[in-house]
Write a protein that binds this ligand. Structure first.
Ligand code: SF4
Ligand code: SF4
Length: 432
């Protein structure tokens, strides 16, 4: 008998790829072609099989039931009322179930929000920043911006005290404005859970992970690095412990020796699958394509598909196919070559499957290294990561004081050396 994982993450798409918006960069709209003529609605038979099999397969006290799309609100609230009945029926004694729900927010109203609040759904709301940046790509089918409707949804969720995270896709457009985007979420929207998702969109008609060119909407590797660095600098000085940025928490786990709290930074993957509306199971939400089709849960039990050799190889390939350039990288411990979907360029020495975003990640990891080390050290000693803010502030003040006192011929307080390795004089360095 194949060894089955005690837990895994599965994103279910009750409305398949169907969506009420037409965001320019959406990779899922093209998946419609996989199911020609479909009504894109999960039938009750699939729904029941999904909940039953998912709850049976988990050997952990907590199970997450993740709803995603397309746009899951399109199947209507009664679908989720029915889901709670099914969850109750198949819940094992002593387990706790949490529903997560990713939405564009457009259809949310008081009734949806009351339901979410009463049943403790955790919502992910897609928003790309202030109006002009959000509306640039996130449009409805009539070509109109959706900013007002999404912000209205955020306010409704807040009114009903529903917990929600912001999912911000970072494109070549909003990628140029990191602080505007971050401050908008923190200060104007007053939300404190944010995840940034880089848009790396292959330029092809299939919508699959094929080819090695990207669209103009995709952000560049260096742009991604600058985006992370600018937000990190603001966050680490004033927001640690108050605003949660998934990208930074996921990286910090690497400095704590626990890389993989987010799948992209794990050494292997394969435990984050996607379930289509008709019961078809795929290796990952980013690989809903024929080569990564595992089977249908109506004919093969989900736990067999999750434990299948095909899925194990998919997850293990993340490690086994890593180019030498990554294996020898000083940041392998945190990055692990990041997500295989972004590995499609050759390394400087010509090996294939190097990560398109590498330059950005490397710059960010280098930049964040010291504060990350400080935070990891604090946590290991049972202290709070928030203390990093005071430590960096103190260091900044000390350095400023040293600069103020430095004489023209003194060694520069920044510690720079000349080509011969001698300390640079202040007058020839920062005192210029
Ligand atoms: S392919 Fe990427 S997104 Fe999918 S499970 Fe692996 S690391 Fe995660
Ligand atoms: S930073 Fe770049 S070289 Fe290093 S592991 Fe990540 S993708 Fe590979």
């Amino acid at each position: 008998m194949k060894q089955q994982p005690s837990a895994f993450h599965l994103m279910a798409k009750p409305s398949g790829s169907a969506c009420n918006l037409n965001c320019a960069y959406c990779f899922f709209l093209k998946k419609e072609k996989l199911y020609p003529g479909s009504h894109f609605r999960m039938a009750d038979e699939v729904h029941e099989a999904y909940i039953k099999q998912l709850l049976e397969a988990h050997q952990t006290p907590e199970v997450t039931i993740a709803w995603q799309g397309g746009e899951p609100t399109l199947v209507g609230l009664d679908f989720f009322r029915r889901s709670l009945e099914l969850q109750k029926r198949y819940q094992k004694p002593g387990t706790r179930i949490e529903n997560t729900f990713q939405t564009n927010g457009v259809l949310l109203n008081d009734e949806w929000c009351r339901f979410f609040q009463e049943n403790k759904f955790l919502i992910g709301l897609s928003l790309d920043g202030p109006r002009e940046l959000h509306d640039f790509y996130r449009k409805d089918k009539g070509g109109h911006g959706t900013f007002d409707r999404v912000v209205r949804a955020a306010r409704l969720l807040q009114k009903h005290k529903v917990e929600f995270n912001i999912l911000c896709t970072v494109s070549s457009k909003n990628g140029e404005h990191p602080l505007r985007v971050y401050r908008f979420f923190r200060d104007e929207l007053a939300t404190h859970y944010i995840q940034f998702i880089p848009i790396v969109e292959r330029d092809n008609e299939s919508g699959f992970q094929e080819g090695n060119t990207v669209t103009d909407r995709s952000l560049g590797p260096d742009q991604w690095g600058r985006f992370l660095i600018e937000i990190f600098d603001e966050w680490v000085k004033r927001d640690v412990g108050r605003t949660f940025v998934v990208n930074f928490d996921g990286a910090l786990a690497g400095w704590l020796g626990m890389a993989g709290t987010v799948c992209i930074f794990g050494p292997t993957c394969g435990l984050a699958l996607a379930l289509e509306h008709n019961g078809d199971l795929y290796s990952c939400d980013h690989f809903v394509e024929p080569n990564h089709f595992l089977g249908n849960i109506l004919t093969t039990p989900m736990n067999e598909l999750v434990a299948s050799a095909k899925q194990k190889n998919f997850g293990q390939d993340k490690k086994d196919r890593l180019p030498r350039y990554c294996r020898e990288c000083e940041f392998l411990f945190v990055c692990n070559g990041e997500c295989p979907k972004n590995r499609f360029i050759p390394t400087p020495d010509g090996e294939p499957e190097w990560n398109y975003l590498c330059a950005g990640y490397k710059a960010f990891f280098k930049h964040a290294d010291r504060p990350m080390k400080i935070m990891a050290d604090l946590i290991r000693r049972g202290r709070s990561a928030e203390e990093v803010m005071g430590i960096l502030d103190m260091e900044g003040k000390n350095i400023r004081a040293k600069f103020e006192k430095a004489g023209r011929n003194d060694p520069c307080p920044c510690g720079a050396t000349d080509e011969g390795g001698k300390p640079k004089k202040f007058k020839k360095c920062h005192g210029k």
